[in-house]
Design a protein around this ligand. Sequence first.
Ligand code: FES
Length: 186
Amino acid sequence: MCDCDDRVANDPGSGPGHSRRRFLRWATAGGVLIWTGVAGIPALRALLYPATHRNPVKGLWVKLGPLVSFNTTAPTQVNFAEPENDAWIQSTELKDVWIYTDDDENFRVYNGRCTHLGCRYAFDASRGVFHCPCHGGMYDVKTGAVLAGPPPRPLDTLQHRIEGDVLSADYMDFRVGVPEKVPVES
Ligand code: FES
């Protein structure tokens, strides 16, 4: 004779106990999903942000030195280290500018990269010009105008300011090899 009532009561896959266990399993899984989303999305954004984010064009104000430190008979070169962020890697890059003044009151500050392909140029005292060793580009020290060679535009001048007796410049780089002066992202 069939003892059907006992079978239903002893079956672990049915009845009120089973429903409660199934509800608890779903509630636990839902909670885990919610917390994964809450904690995981910001973590994922933080992980991917440096690789996907580009800084807008911006300058870097650099103190170049006291006004009296600049030579009035020849341009002065100033080197400095600029912090660089490349995705997750932080480093510093050596940069330079050239400062021209003939009275210690009026200044021109040039980005130290040749506008042709970005080589560092130098002051050629024998000829009184800036000379780029890479392809023979030459520039006027007073105006930055191209005197010879392949550079497509004059030297890139930088904004500068004088605070107290200290000269500072708003350092930024520009695209090389093009006639227009276009700031590049940093
Ligand atoms: S990089 Fe200066 S002339 Fe070519």
